[in-house]
Design a protein around this ligand. Structure first.
Ligand SMILES: Nc1ncnc2c1ncn2[C@@H]1O[C@H](COP(=O)(O)OP(=O)(O)OP(=O)(O)O)[C@@H](O)[C@H]1O
Ligand SMILES: [Mg+2]
Length: 266
């Protein structure tokens, strides 16, 4: 896979309010970090601190106000096949089968039908969905749908995988099963992964490093190197120490109610 480098990234949203006012919200400022080749990095932080904003900029779906994100030293300018994205909503095409969904991005890579089919089958198997190739999404459980989303993102063999709370909509049991699956898959594919979650234990279980976003505007307030061998055990006492540290770094409260009027323009 590749390297993802976030360089002095700042995002300010502007919103018209009434007929003569614009409200500005500086979500984060000067964020810099690198997800090295093959590294699994999670970003955590309270609701509204800018995690999804960061991921959508990395995906090329939203512009940065300043700063740049590089994939293997190429500045990103929009969406691209060098990044695979998995969102919380499954976002599968209901009219396509499992295999059709997984193969979807491969056409844009210019691959022929036979090759697309082979690659899609390989990733279908990797995520544990062998036997379900011809199912349509409505016949799959939430966990299975998210496996399809993951296989689709992996199938384009991107330099980096971007995941925004991919297991947020799943029940606790399915969520744990998906964490185990992702842990296995990331060990096998040695993928470069930027993973967003607000679940501290999930971040510890999966990541090589955990970054904490905090403050308004947010910045990287803490960085934890998860020094535990894999596969990990959720009952390891070190987990609890890490958890306490990250909880303290996140701080209490949510940003949702405290948007400030920072500027006014005519
Ligand atoms: N398109 C937009 N226009 C204006 N403001 C926005 C837009 N998208 C997000 N915001 C604001 O930017 C801030 C950060 O939002 P973001 O969705 O990135 O947070 P988050 O950390 O992902 O939150 P959550 O944990 O709830 O998913 C919030 O205050 C939100 O209201
Ligand atoms: Mg979000």
């Amino acid at each position: 896979m590749g390297e993802l480098r976030i360089d002095r990234l700042t995002k300010t949203y502007a919103r018209r309010e009434g007929w003569n006012a614009t409200r500005y919200l500086k979500v984060f400022q000067d964020i810099s970090f690198t997800v090295r080749d093959g590294e699994f990095v999670s970003v955590i932080g309270s609701s509204g601190c800018g995690k999804s904003t960061l991921l959508s900029i990395a995906g090329g779906l939203s512009p940065a106000t300043s700063g740049t994100i590089y994939v293997d030293d190429r500045p990103i300018k929009g969406p691209g096949l060098d990044r695979g994205i998995v969102f919380q909503e499954f976002a599968l095409f209901p009219w396509l089968t499992v295999l059709g969904n997984i193969a979807f991005g491969l056409k844009a890579k210019g691959l022929g039908r036979k090759e697309r089919d082979e690659i899609a089958r390989k990733y279908c198997q990797l995520v544990g969905l062998s036997g379900f190739e011809d199912y349509h999404p409505h016949r799959l459980s939430g966990g299975m749908r998210q496996r399809v989303g993951l296989a689709r993102a992996l199938a384009i063999e991107p330099a980096a995988l971007l995941m925004d709370e991919p297991f947020g909509a799943l029940d606790a049991q399915t969520r744990e099963a998906m964490q185990n699956a992702l842990s296995d898959i990331s060990m096998k594919t040695k993928g470069t992964i930027l993973f967003i979650t607000h679940d501290i234990r999930e971040a510890i279980y999966l990541s090589d490093r955990v970054l904490v976003l905090s403050g308004r505007p947010a910045s990287v307030a803490d960085e934890l190197v998860v020094d535990l061998p894999r596969p990990r055990h959720r009952h390891d006492p070190v987990f609890q120490e890490y958890e306490a540290r990250l909880e303290a770094a996140i701080g209490g409260g949510s940003y949702v109610a405290e948007e400030e009027r920072v500027g006014k323009v005519a």
